[in-house]
Structure formats: C-alpha cells, structure tokens
Write a protein that binds this ligand. Structure first.
Ligand code: SF4
Ligand code: SF4
Length: 103
C-alpha cells in the first residue's frame, strides 16, 4: 500500500531496517507508536509528539520533554530512561517502510 507522508526537506534519508536511527522521522510521521497513540489520541497519521530540530533532525517529543523535566537530575534520568524504553529508542531502526521521494 502506498502512502504519502510529509517530511522536512532537510531530514536525512531513512536508513535500512536495523541500522542506527538517524532521526529521519519516517516511522513517527507515518503512524504513532503505542505511546504516540496515547499522546496523539489517534492511531493513524503523524504522531503529535514528533518534533523537528534544526540540529539533529526529528526527535520524539516525549523523550525531549522527559529530558527537560524540572526537578532533580535523577528524576530526569529516570524519566528519560523510562521514555526511551517505552519507545524502544536506541535499538536501531525498526521501520521496514520503503521510502520513495517525491520529485
Ligand atoms: S526508527 Fe527508522 S524510520 Fe524511525 S526515525 Fe529512526 S531511522 Fe527513521
Ligand atoms: S517515538 Fe515518540 S514521536 Fe515517535 S511515534 Fe512514538 S511517541 Fe510519537
């Protein structure tokens, strides 16, 4: 099934499945993960938590917020670790979509 998703023109190309995540945003711009479903309150379309950063490309807003929580450093660490685990961050690209750039 073909779908069209909107991606920032400066986003890096999607790496192959299993390669390190480069923040291309294809997965989260396509559909939300289980955490993203809760945050976005929808099962389809781009995740509402997806954020674009000039330095670093697409980021998970849930993780970004967890890292910026107010409070002691240990709380930020715990929140970030929990968020990372929930969204399976740092485990390589788990998205098997084939991307065809629109010309
Ligand atoms: S998991 Fe894959 S598709 Fe998703 S942002 Fe990372 S590299 Fe891109
Ligand atoms: S990883 Fe973060 S931005 Fe991506 S779909 Fe899940 S909650 Fe949304």
């Amino acid at each position: 099934m073909r779908r069209t998703i909107e991606i920032h023109p400066a986003a890096p190309p999607k790496p192959p499945l299993g390669e390190p995540c480069n923040g291309c945003g294809v997965c989260c711009a396509s559909e939300p993960c289980p955490v993203g479903v809760l945050v976005s309150r929808r099962r389809h379309g781009a995740c509402a938590a997806l954020v674009w950063e000039v330095q670093g490309g697409y980021r998970c807003g849930v993780l970004v917020r967890a890292r910026r929580l107010r409070g002691p450093a240990w709380l930020r660490r715990v929140a970030a670790r929990l968020a990372s685990r929930l969204i399976a961050a740092g485990q390589g690209c788990d998205c098997d979509y084939e991307v065809e750039p629109r010309h």
